[in-house]
Design a protein around this ligand. Structure first.
Ligand code: SF4
Ligand code: SF4
Length: 361
């Protein structure tokens, strides 16, 4: 695949792509995060952490062309191309459809790799745009974010309206895409109580699944939400605000309790939505591939119809061969509790994934 871009791009374009962070960044558990814009997001949601990461409110399109971006990703030593390769996750640090023409050309180019692609959005996507997305040659899993209907003016005053987002769900679903509601962040004591209503609205609009996610807080988000008059008592019970103040830009997760998660999962099922506790499950399930973050080995599996735990795992020799093909030197030490221990597993996501994928002998 890389050869195509070696021939297509000039030396200058290739050097530009190789300087870009997409050619170096390690994937996260949701996959390799791919950014269609740089500089930030204009929607200024009150709970958003990107502004504490130094990003602003005036985004511009990613300076790489679709071909350069794809080349950068293919040059990333942690990225494995193809349907069973690295998940691609779009929308982590900005709204990806701010520049819709640009966004579709990125999607068109990236989808030629065949990797499962997931995007999260609050934008209005028309039915013709949704149809264009549905014709792409890779599995595409849209996540449409809705976290409140009662507190829109406080939490998301500048983002597209909830009605428009429900219409987006309708358009994407009608185009044949398995569309999930992205119910994140759920802030205890603030919007947790709205979850049922939001899931019902999304279901009525055609959503088939929901990804439930907790809340990442920094000190400035805490102050901002407090200044907006929200009652943060329950949040304060879960985090010592002294830590927040000490390290003001650091992100902390305000977790949901097991019981809270269990209730949301039961509710989602009752409504008719397939619940996921992590975004990678939505993407894997849509692509019908085993979850590469191996959520079925951890507490994140919600036992969806993908049934990863039943799928055939690679044999030890196949793992060895995969490492050899990928040019990764790693010593397979031993197998404990069906997990491979390899010497370099902490600092290499490819190994990490292979090592967690294991093998029942
Ligand atoms: S739309 Fe997303 S990236 Fe933009 S401000 Fe809101 S939460 Fe942040
Ligand atoms: S079966 Fe479990 S691990 Fe696999 S995609 Fe579904 S929820 Fe995730």
């Amino acid at each position: 695949m890389r050869q195509r871009y070696e021939e297509l791009l000039t030396e200058e374009q290739k050097q530009k792509a190789l300087r870009d962070s997409h050619s170096k960044r390690k994937p996260r558990f949701c996959g390799l995060t791919v950014h269609f814009t740089i500089g930030g997001c204009p929607y200024r949601c009150s709970y958003c952490y990107i502004y504490d990461m130094g990003l602003g409110t005036k985004p511009s399109p990613n300076p790489l062309s679709p071909e350069e971006l794809t080349y950068a990703i293919l040059a990333n030593r942690y990225f494995v191309s193809g349907r069973y390769g690295t998940l691609i996750a779009i929308g982590a640090i900005s709204e990806p459809f701010i520049f819709p023409e640009r966004a579709i050309s990125y999607l068109q180019e990236l989808s030629m790799l065949g990797n499962p692609i997931q995007f999260s959005t609050k934008s209005y996507l028309s039915s013709s745009y949704a149809n264009e997305i549905s014709r792409l040659p890779a599995p595409i899993n849209p996540l449409v974010t809705i976290v409140t209907t009662d507190l829109v003016d406080i939490l998301e005053p500048y983002a597209p309206s909830v009605d428009k987002r429900l219409e987006t769900i309708r358009n994407l679903s009608s185009a044949g895409l398995k569309t999930c509601l992205f119910l994140r962040p759920i802030i205890v004591g603030v919007n947790y109580r709205e979850a049922k209503n939001i899931m019902e609205l999304a279901y009525e609009s055609g959503a088939q699944c929901v990804v439930i996610g907790s809340f990442r807080i920094t000190y400035s988000i805490y102050l901002q939400l407090k200044n907006l008059g929200l009652d943060l008592k329950e949040v304060e019970q879960r985090i010592n605000t002294k830590y927040l103040r000490k390290n003001p830009r650091k992100q902390y997760t305000i977790p949901l309790t097991t019981e809270e998660k269990r209730k949301l999962i039961l509710l989602a099922r009752k409504i008719g939505l397939t619940p996921f506790k992590s975004a990678c499950c939505g993407n894997s399930s849509n692509a019908n591939v085993i979850c590469p973050s191996v959520c079925f080995e951890t507490g994140f599996c919600t036992h969806c119809q993908n049934r990863c735990w039943e799928r055939k795992r690679p044999e030890l020799d196949a793992v060895r061969e995969a490492l050899r093909i990928l040019g990764i030197t790693a010593e397979i030490k031993k197998i404990i509790n069906n997990k491979l221990l390899v010497s370099t597993w902490e600092d290499n996501p490819v190994i990490q994934v292979l090592a967690r994928r294991l093998i029942k002998h």
